[in-house]
Design a protein around this ligand. Structure first.
Ligand code: BJW
Ligand code: ZN
Length: 257
């Protein structure tokens, strides 16, 4: 698919010191990680809105763990896609390039991005809710049912180190994400439905601080009306094409000067 980018976007990228990408589940869809609110029916048995909260976990830890174990296995078996790699490739093209992600799948880091702010945790980590002891995925996956802490006299519930509804986002990740958004010259909102707060307030905050706001998504979202540019296509196609355009542009500029 050939994607044509506007002169306005390319112009802003040519001048940009700081480019920030804000990503959601859609950026990992082409790796084979199911989104939350997609209508592909993949989570027919598990309803994310009902399972991703502490009450659901305390009421039925076995069910919530079944969902997380399945997702841990899916995520461990997939690879970053061209969209993740293109974002990692942008780090060498701008003085500052950061990723703010709502995803817990670690695929940005696996693709080579080094400045990643994880707003909703990371599925590769687990901890005991009573004593804080950390557990590997290998350990929790080896246990049948809901794993319990094995520290002497503890026996607390182990949970995945992710942010559920009603829980606060990690303070440092939030602060650093906001700081990046406020500094951004170009801000890319990619593959997110933009309905989960407070994360959803980040793209408008970036625009408010002067960023050129771009959305990349095959579907419209509540953000679409307020962006400067909407690129309606999958990120695994758009981002490599954009990277190529930026590289070409920088090469031409260097030859001219
Ligand atoms: C493609 C594609 C392709 C497909 N290429 N795109 C203000 C207003 C209203 C409510 C609230 C508010 N402030 C707080 C709330 C409450 C709540 C909330 O937001 N609720 C709303 C849903 C109504 N927020 C919270 O509770 C947050 N905490 C909080 O606010 O703390 C303060 C507080 C404390 C005490 C009491 C009250 C407040 C915490 C939110 C935590 C969210 N956690 C989850 C689970 C993480 C762990 C896990 O993964 O298991 O995070 S929920 C889930 O949604 C996950 C995601 O990160 C998040 C966002 O989803 P995302 O990434 O946007 O995915 P989808 O599926 O929705 O969209 C995919 C998109 O991709 C679609 O648009 C597709 O079109 C697109 N796509 N293929 C590009 N190839
Ligand atoms: Zn413990």
């Amino acid at each position: 698919m050939s994607i044509v980018f506007s002169d306005k976007l390319l112009g802003r990228l040519a001048e940009a010191q700081t480019v920030v990408a804000f990503t959601g589940a859609g950026v990992s869809a082409e790796s084979g990680v199911p989104t939350f609110r997609g209508n592909d029916g993949i989570w027919a048995k598990f309803k994310p809105a009902e399972l991703a909260n502490i009450n659901a976990f305390m009421k039925n830890p076995e069910l919530v763990w079944e969902w997380y174990k399945q997702r841990k296995q899916i995520i461990a078996s997939v690879q970053p896609n061209p969209g993740h790699y293109a974002l990692a490739g942008m780090e060498s093209l701008f003085p500052e390039c950061e990723v703010i992600t709502q995803n817990i799948d670690n695929l940005h880091r696996r693709a080579g991005s080094t400045k990643v702010h994880e707003l909703h945790g990371n599925i590769e980590r687990n901890y005991c809710m009573k004593c804080g002891a950390q557990y590997s995925n290998e350990h929790v996956l080896s246990v049948v049912g809901a794993p319990r802490c094995t520290q002497a006299k503890c026996g607390g519930q182990i949970r995945p180190d992710v942010v559920w509804f009603g829980e606060l986002l990690p303070e440092n990740e939030w602060k650093n994400a906001m700081r990046a958004a406020e500094r951004a010259d170009v801000f890319l909102s990619i593959g997110t439905s933009g309905v989960v707060h407070p994360a959803a307030s980040i793209p408008p905050a970036a625009k408010q601080s002067g960023a050129f706001l771009v959305e990349i998504n095959p579907e419209e979202t509540p953000l679409t009306n307020s962006v400067d540019e909407f690129i309606q296509a999958p990120s695994g196609e758009v981002l490599p094409a954009l990277l190529e355009q930026i590289q070409l542009m920088k090469l031409t500029k260097n030859k001219v000067h």
